[in-house]
Unconditional design. Sequence first.
Length: 367
Amino acid sequence: MNIKKEIFSSIRLRQIINDLKRRPEDASKDLKIKYSVFNRYLSGKKRIDEQFVKKAVNIWPVNISDFINPYYQKTKPFKIMRAKDSIKTKRVMKRGGKDYYEYRDTVMDKDAPFRPEWIRELVHVTKNNPNDKSLMWNRGHLLHQLTYFVGKVNFYYIDKNNKKRVAAMNTGDSMYIAPYVPHTFASWEKKCEGYIIAITFSDKITTQIQNEVSTFKNQKIKQIIFKKKFKKISKVTIKKNKKKINYSGPIQIIKLAENKIIPSTKFFELNVRKNNSKNFTNNYHQYIYVLSNQAKLKIENKKVNLKKGDTLYLKPFTNLRMPTKKTKLLIAQVESIFKQDTIQQLFYIGQNNFKRLKNDNAQWFKQ
């Protein structure tokens, strides 16, 4: 049996019983499993299945996620989706019985917070009227959204006073909308050639947080969240493209829409003006959309040639170089769990103990 291909991990099982201060004989007694059988689970000779995990979480103070194998479907430091593959995911969505949007997937990864889409608006408008009857509004969604506009596209949203608003956008413009803000888009171009790069993503409100607050009673939610006094912040940010930007260095960065609700998130357009040897690495998840006709990058010392419309996801701490001029990229960065305090705690574990942190399948004391 290939342990790395299993969903549940014998290494995680060992960690659990060590944390609970159970020897294998104690754990087998808890679970009412023969000692010899439990040892087969622990050594990886017997597959840990759903039935075993269900029994364990009903008896021990642990979660199903505690058993998940970190090597199951392990992904690489970066992932690419070519524009030609994005086109293959094309699907037209109707609203109100008419073609409204054309969706195409762009790069996604199970370890990434991003769920980004290329979206063409299929409804043509001739006036900036937020009450236009041809518009079909959504209800908003849980994920934050950063949007980059290409062509003439109208952005419609509900403001803080619950009024419908419209912003006429064009290439290089950008916006941010917070979770559950109703919105819609329409094209100003008769041929509907404009489109948006809609980068939806999770930030601090992870599935774990969502699951946790789902168990709170309404009174508790009011007490710990809505009785707090936070500064009022607009849930929508609109930023127009500044055409004239003076910058003398090899790399020009144009900041796009930002918002204090997501203070650590970064959204920008990057233009390489001169050949350079700069290396970039950070603790952020990064989504990259290629805006130039081509982009020659180096990722972890591997040469990667990309074309317009190709998309790229980089895991935190992945080395990136953009050595060639005339490279133009759209980049969104969302902070990972590897903040300074996390790295500090990992440091104090010590290099000699790191193998144990990753792969320890031994009892915490010798018999």
